[in-house]
Write a protein that binds this ligand. Structure first.
Ligand code: HEC
Ligand code: HEC
Ligand code: HEC
Ligand code: HEC
Ligand code: HEC
Ligand code: HEC
Ligand code: HEC
Ligand code: HEC
Ligand code: HEC
Ligand code: HEC
Ligand code: HEC
Length: 411
């Protein structure tokens, strides 16, 4: 060692030299230890991989940005905390794949049991991106920062080829145009629902799996994490009770709102399309509603301020007419109709929003009026058909008769 070279002795100077030598020895030992296999310095790997133009034999970049890496959440780790098996140089060309599960066992186990178990080359980098630029999820630079999640999932779920290959809908664009996507991307609202809010992050399951938060009967709870009041109303209503009792024919939030293309319910587009929403299940009530003034007004287009199903029934706390708390209970009709018809009274609400002229039991008056009108119509038609036929026969008879009177020549 050059520093330990012997010099001509002088008392104070000599002690200083010994102390210096001791320090250097310690520093050298430290360096030596950290260079041993199992504790490779970042700087040592970065001496080569820090060169931003570095590529492997196939031209693929193998450069690592040391500055960003040090900033990242793993900045204090050594390279070989992740890249195991680097014992000497030249190191192996194809090192063993990195096992994040060594330190993140929960996440790793959850991904392994999810739909994404086979989804990409590395089970973690598909969502967490460049493994040398991972930041805390609360850091805006993170790929899983709430505002970045849709883009991250959208890298695959907004890709038409991948959608086709796996037979999945291209949900990314639908989501971005929805009220949640708008709130997130345009308003930067951190609490708006992103993909992770409804699907979770690591244990993502297909919606047909009863364990999934997107399984039909779990949907109200999933939306209800944020929309608590509406969920409570819904659970109180007949639909919520039916679903809770296992009736899968009754609607959950997504049957009426969709999952990814959720519109603001005040938007004309929602109000115009929503009659079929209730109507797709209650086909009988839909067709009778279609016959009424309220519906015909709505279907003229443009004008939407008429009564939709939920204006009379409520959207979430839907109750049968027999329930005294229901807005369509006989006792509450004046109030219900009165919201729009100022001065509505008991006689006004005798008007039947679902009058069914085909149902004799339910609407006898209407039934007989309709029957009479139909009989009248048919009689009149039959009379005129017979009349016309007789008239034609008569005309032909006259024609033939006048022909023979003229000696076979036409008149
Ligand atoms: C002397 C320069 C040098 C040093 C020091 C070095 N590497 Fe490499 N590394 C290379 C080269 C060259 C390749 C490309 C091999 C090839 O062409 O396949 C490579 C490839 C790699 C790969 C594989 C890339 C791939 O294509 O799969 C990893 C991972 C890697 N190095 C990690 C490390 C780590 C971790 C360290 C520190 C312990 C380190 N390297 C130190 C030169 C170096
Ligand atoms: C948090 C774990 C982690 C740490 C720490 C880490 N890496 Fe990596 N590195 C990965 C993963 C994951 C890959 C992707 C390849 C794989 O699956 O093994 C990778 C890939 C690489 C590659 C190949 C590049 C490529 O695109 O294929 C190089 C080179 C590399 N790392 C070098 C380093 C160096 C140098 C350090 C230290 C400065 C380091 N890594 C620290 C996880 C890590
Ligand atoms: C399908 C996308 C996806 C995959 C694949 C994925 N993650 Fe995540 N990860 C996320 C999201 C989204 C978050 C943010 C979760 C949150 O905000 O609660 C996250 C958060 C994390 C966190 C922070 C957890 C916390 O609650 O603080 C860790 C650690 C993590 N992931 C590790 C991993 C590991 C390890 C793998 C691979 C085994 C992996 N992730 C695979 C999407 C993913
Ligand atoms: C040697 C152990 C180790 C390995 C291997 C490792 N990590 Fe980490 N990881 C950590 C530590 C320590 C933290 C910091 C935890 C903290 O601050 O709460 C962390 C934090 C994270 C976070 C941020 C958590 C948050 O608060 O949002 C993510 C995401 C993450 N790691 C993903 C990965 C991925 C992906 C891999 C594989 C490429 C990986 N980790 C490999 C030790 C490791
Ligand atoms: C690296 C690409 C990739 C990323 C990133 C990704 N996915 Fe996937 N995802 C897939 C693939 C591929 C499948 C189909 C897996 C299969 O069917 O085997 C899938 C399946 C799914 C399914 C199940 C579909 C079904 O019913 O079968 C859901 C839900 C899902 N992903 C949600 C997400 C969410 C949420 C994120 C973001 C947190 C995300 N994915 C990120 C590739 C990805
Ligand atoms: C408000 C909650 C919510 C949000 C936000 C959300 N999803 Fe979904 N997602 C669902 C529900 C519920 C389903 C179940 C199928 C359905 O009802 O259409 C689903 C189904 C899926 C499917 C599978 C489709 C199928 O037919 O199996 C994929 C893939 C998916 N979502 C990905 C995403 C991605 C990517 C994002 C973010 C861009 C996202 N989702 C945002 C609730 C949500
Ligand atoms: C992570 C919390 C969260 C979850 C989970 C969530 N939402 Fe939302 N949702 C919001 C926020 C925040 C807004 C407000 C956006 C705005 O007004 O800009 C919103 C807005 C809405 C709106 C428009 C309301 C209005 O008055 O304009 C509807 C409808 C809606 N969500 C339905 C759903 C449905 C259905 C689900 C489940 C499939 C769901 N949400 C899950 C947070 C959430
Ligand atoms: C039977 C269909 C249906 C079901 C089920 C349903 N909604 Fe609605 N929702 C509607 C209609 C219709 C509106 C518009 C109400 C209005 O304009 O008065 C609405 C309005 C909303 C709004 C806007 C705020 C408001 O009260 O006007 C939110 C948020 C919402 N629903 C969330 C949910 C959630 C969360 C669930 C599940 C717990 C759910 N909805 C279940 C039909 C439904
Ligand atoms: C996915 C199908 C579906 C949709 C969509 C739907 N319903 Fe229902 N609804 C049902 C089922 C099933 C029941 C019966 C529940 C029971 O009796 O247990 C029901 C019950 C009712 C009842 C109680 C009266 C009765 O016949 O039992 C009313 C009122 C009602 N729905 C109104 C509405 C309104 C208003 C909408 C739109 C905002 C709507 N429904 C949307 C399936 C649906
Ligand atoms: C103008 C207010 C109004 C509108 C709009 C309206 N309804 Fe009704 N609905 C009522 C009243 C009042 C009753 C109870 C009397 C009856 O059965 O005719 C009722 C009864 C019902 C019932 C049976 C309830 C029970 O307990 O027997 C269902 C189901 C129903 N409506 C569904 C719908 C659907 C679906 C729509 C939209 C296509 C709709 N309603 C539009 C006022 C309305
Ligand atoms: C959301 C508002 C709204 C509700 C609730 C509502 N209507 Fe209407 N109704 C209208 C509008 C708008 C018109 C057409 C404009 C007009 O003539 O006033 C209309 C027209 C009518 C008409 C024909 C025109 C007339 O004024 O004579 C009758 C009858 C009627 N409604 C009865 C009812 C009854 C009964 C109820 C309660 C079961 C009811 N409406 C609830 C908005 C509503």
């Amino acid at each position: 060692m050059i520093y330990a070279r012997a010099r001509r002795p002088r008392a104070g100077w000599c002690r200083r030299q010994i102390r210096l030598a001791a320090w250097i020895a310690v520093a050298a030992l430290l360096l030596l230890f950290s260079a041993l296999p199992g504790r490779t310095q970042q700087q040592e790997c970065l001496a080569c991989h820090g060169d931003q133009s570095m590529t492997d034999a196939s031209g693929h970049s193998i450069a690592v940005d040391g500055k960003t890496f040090t900033d990242s959440i793993h900045g204090s780790l050594q390279c070989n905390d992740c890249h195991a098996g680097f014992t000497g140089y030249p190191h192996p060309d194809k090192p063993a794949p990195v096992q994040c599960g060594k330190c993140h066992a929960d996440e790793s186990g959850n991904v392994a049991g999810s739909v994404h178990a086979q989804a990409s080359t590395h089970p973690c980098t598909g969502c967490h991106g460049n493994p040398h630029r991972i930041f805390a999820k609360s850091d805006a630079r993170s790929t899983v920062y709430p505002l970045n999640v849709p883009r991250t999932c959208g890298n695959c779920h907004g890709n038409p080829e991948m959608a086709k290959k796996y037979g999945l809908p291209n949900v990314f664009s639908m989501y971005m145009d929805s009220i949640h996507g708008f709130a997130l991307s345009k308003e930067g609202l951190l609490v708006a629902a992103n993909c992770q809010s409804c699907h979770g992050s690591h244990h993502i399951l297909a919606h047909k799996d009863p364990q999934s938060p997107t399984y039909k009967t779990n949907v109200p709870g999933t939306c209800g994490k944020c929309h608590a009041k509406i969920d409570a109303d819904y659970e109180h209503g007949i639909h919520g009770k039916a679903v809770a009792a296992g009736d899968l024919k009754a609607p959950v939030c997504t049957d009426c709102h969709t999952a990814h293309a959720i519109l603001q319910p005040t938007e004309a587009a929602f109000r115009m399309q929503s009659t079929p929403i209730c109507g797709s299940c209650h086909t009988d009530k839909f067709s009778t509603y279609r016959d009424t003034f309220h519906s015909q007004l709505g279907s003229l287009g443009g004008y939407v301020e008429t009564a939709r199903c939920w204006d009379c029934h409520e959207a979430h706390d839907v109750l049968p007419a027999s329930d005294p708390a229901s807005p369509i209970n006989q006792k509450n009709l004046v109030k219900t109709c009165g919201r729009c018809h100022a001065g509505a009274n008991v006689s006004f609400v005798q008007y039947q929003p679902h009058a069914n002229a085909r149902d004799r039991q339910l609407n006898p008056g209407l039934y007989f009026v309709r029957l009479f009108m139909n009989i009248l119509l048919i009689s009149v038609l039959t009379f005129f058909v017979i009349h016309t036929i007789l008239w034609l026969v008569r005309a032909r008879y006259n024609q033939v008769k006048s022909k023979s009177a003229n000696g076979g020549k036409d008149a």
